[in-house]
Design a protein around this ligand. Structure first.
Ligand code: JD8
Length: 236
């Protein structure tokens, strides 16, 4: 079973997410062993401080290395040859997350997701405890908690059994790497707009061809970068 440990100063941020999400359901069904740890448990002073002023001056605070390294080592052991866990720091400096990276992470047996806050993490903690840095995209967030949820959810979807049959069958049968075309449900007419006739025809072959055509079309218009060079030259 895939194990995911999350290290954060805001463990309660994960409570609602875990009680409502697919990840929470996977956990409840014993498909995923996800545990959230409070970094402050590894603080040593009586104020349980995990941050301090930056050397060299500047605004804000930096996460101290001792609690971070200790928290990682408590769940994963020391970095080096024998460590089984893959320790990921969510950070703007990280490798950009995409489906391929989610696939690599889902192939691990034990992930540790480390959430920074403040202005970031003391570089020695990065070097001494982390295996990899991952960013969820080029926009500014306030900390690594939401990115950790993004990674955990993306990874959990790749764990066998986590998705219901409907969704897993669909992801297998559908063309990987394309956007999906438009979708409709009842009523057949709404606000003067009708559901395309082919979807109501009962002709499964025609429906499949229509969906495939719409998927290519929306991908070409909105996200041409998702199409390989082959398809970009052949289609249009
Ligand atoms: C971790 C602290 C905030 C970052 C000053 C205030 C990921 N795609 C992403 N965007 N932002 C983050 C991220 C932001 C974080 C931390 C991740 C820890 N901050 C800091 C540096 C500049 N702000 C992220 N993954």
């Amino acid at each position: 079973m895939l194990r995911i440990d999350v290290i954060t100063i805001f463990p309660r941020l994960f409570e609602g997410w875990l009680s409502e999400s697919l990840v929470g359901a996977a956990r409840a069904h014993g498909l995923l062993d996800l545990r959230v740890h409070d970094l402050r448990q590894h603080a040593h002073d009586r104020h349980r401080s995990v941050d301090d002023s930056p050397y060299g001056g500047g605004p804000g605070m930096v996460m101290r290395p001792e609690p971070l390294v200790e928290a990682v080592e408590a769940v994963a052991g020391r970095k080096g040859a024998g460590r089984q866990a893959h320790v990921v720091l969510l950070s703007p400096q990280g490798r950009r997350l995409d489906q391929a990276l989610l696939g690599e992470l889902a192939a691990r047996t034990h992930l540790v997701l480390v959430c920074g806050r403040y202005e970031g993490v003391d570089q020695r903690a990065v070097e001494l405890a982390m295996d990899e840095e991952v960013s969820i995209g080029d926009y500014v967030l306030s900390g690594g908690e939401v990115p950790a949820m993004v990674v955990a959810e993306g990874v959990a979807r790749l764990v066998p059994g986590v998705l219901g049959n409907a969704e897993s069958v669909r992801s297998e049968s559908f063309q990987a790497g394309l956007l999906e075309g438009p979708q409709y449900t009842r009523p057949p007419e709404f606000g003067g707009l009708s559901v395309p006739e082919v979807l109501r025809s009962g002709d499964h072959g025609a429906v499949a061809r229509w969906r495939s055509e719409k998927a290519r079309e929306v991908t070409r218009v909105r996200r041409p970068d998702l199409l390989g060079s082959m398809s970009r030259e052949e289609s249009s």
